[in-house]
Write a protein that binds this ligand. Structure first.
Ligand code: SF4
Length: 392
């Protein structure tokens, strides 16, 4: 890097003639290490307006379903999974999952996000029959199901390629893949926190294949494992590179990028590091906001940046909306994976998300999984009827 280029000079040239330019890894590192947070938040707000012009912020009414907790991967940060034959294992039936989706339909939801463990006992037909059943019984609900590591697990059980598994699921009615399982797309970090999980290359390969089939995808980043800022930037660079590739290929690419800090309760990762003071873990609000703003600045080819209220709380998610994020995420209704590791809030009502958005000065707009705006009935909060103008 040219050492003469300071964070101030970089920030001054990120937006030129209304265009959000691509910054280099070196420039991003300079910003991550040295730029004051208010300056990052200001430029991130400006960039947000380039990608999502207007005085609104979006939210999604959806439900998480965790169809099985049986898993053989043993991620050190995971408190959700149980190994095969454990007395607390479960795998849900089509009917049980359908009943949960009916509850989602009753509150006007549009998407189910379904993830589970890597269960070696489930054949491909479990997944394809489930998707077909849900498609038939809930035709208006988008089915975003099975993260890349689950797709890899199905491929291993069946002896098929991951692209073939994805094609079968798409034919059954799959709409998209959750962005989970990326954690940190740096193998040095992955090997430390989750040695049996697929490599960074594999996660990206499955996502690229899904995008090539026209499936909706998002990208996530879990941080706070003791990694360095350069690891976080490398993670974002790999996602940005795949996005460039997919968009150049006329594929739809990732809709959004979502970061949250690792949770440290009830898991072996938290236990093995507790009290050792050997490195900083997790992230507080300031570190989280830095990651959100930096991601908005670095991801010049991903339209949406999502705030994470389940890990940081609604208050911090509101500050994230003021710092470059344009979406506050979803109602979730049910969450069993991240919450098992210590989050305190696991569901939010539609009115709660509307109120949170409105109090930041944005108009709340309901969206679907593809970020299409839906008809939005504002709930009855006085302050929501008179949203204050957006700040520049
Ligand atoms: S995070 Fe997913 S893959 Fe890892 S142990 Fe938990 S359920 Fe299994």
């Amino acid at each position: 890097m040219n050492n003469l280029v300071s964070w101030r000079e970089i920030l001054d040239t990120i937006v030129v003639n209304g265009e959000h330019r691509e910054i280099s890894v070196e420039e991003c590192l300079e910003l991550y290490l040295n730029a004051p947070q208010p300056a990052l938040s200001k430029i991130a707000r400006e960039i947000r307006q380039i990608h999502n012009p207007g005085n609104y912020a979006t939210y999604l009414v959806d439900r998480n379903v965790n169809y099985t907790n049986i898993c053989t991967i043993n991620c050190h940060f995971c408190s959700f999974y149980r190994p095969p034959n454990h007395r607390e294992t479960y795998t849900q039936t089509n009917e049980q999952i359908s009943a949960r989706i009916r509850e989602l339909e009753e509150i006007g939801g549009s998407r189910v996000l379904m993830q589970g463990g890597v269960n070696p006992d489930l054949p491909l037909s479990y997944y394809t029959d489930l998707i077909k059943y849900l498609r038939e019984n809930h035709p208006l609900i988008d089915l975003d199901c099975f993260s890349p590591i689950e797709i890899e697990g199905i491929a291993e059980v069946t002896g098929m390629k991951t692209s073939e598994v994805l094609l079968e699921l798409k034919k059954a009615g799959l709409h998209g893949l959750p962005g989970g399982g990326a954690e940190m797309l740096v193998d040095e970090v992955r090997l430390d926190i989750s040695p049996r999980k697929g490599s960074a290359d594999n996660w990206l390969k499955v996502m690229g294949e899904a995008q090539n089939l026209g499936l909706t995808t998002s990208a996530t980043c879990v941080f706070g494992f003791g990694e360095n800022p350069i690891h976080r930037i490398e993670h974002m660079k790999r996602i940005r590179d795949l996005q460039d590739y997919s968009l150049n290929n006329n594929d739809i690419g990732f809709t959004s990028f979502i970061s949250w800090p690792v949770q440290l309760e009830n898991n072996s990762f938290g236990r093995r590091n507790r009290g050792k003071n050997r490195r900083e873990l997790g992230a507080g609000p300031i570190e989280y906001l830095r990651q959100v703003t930096i991601s908005r600045i670095f991801m010049n080819n991903i339209p949406h940046i999502q705030a994470s209220w389940p890990t940081m709380g609604i208050d911090v998610a509101q500050i994230a909306l003021e710092s470059g994020a344009d979406d506050i995420g979803s109602t979730m209704m049910e969450e069993n994976v991240v919450s098992a590791s210590g989050t305190t809030k696991v569901l939010a009502s539609e009115s709660e998300l509307q109120r949170a958005i409105s109090r930041c000065g944005f108009i709340p707009v309901k969206r679907d999984s593809d970020y299409n705006h839906l008809e939005t009935s504002l709930c009855e909060y006085e302050e929501m009827l008179t949203p204050v103008p957006i700040k520049s």
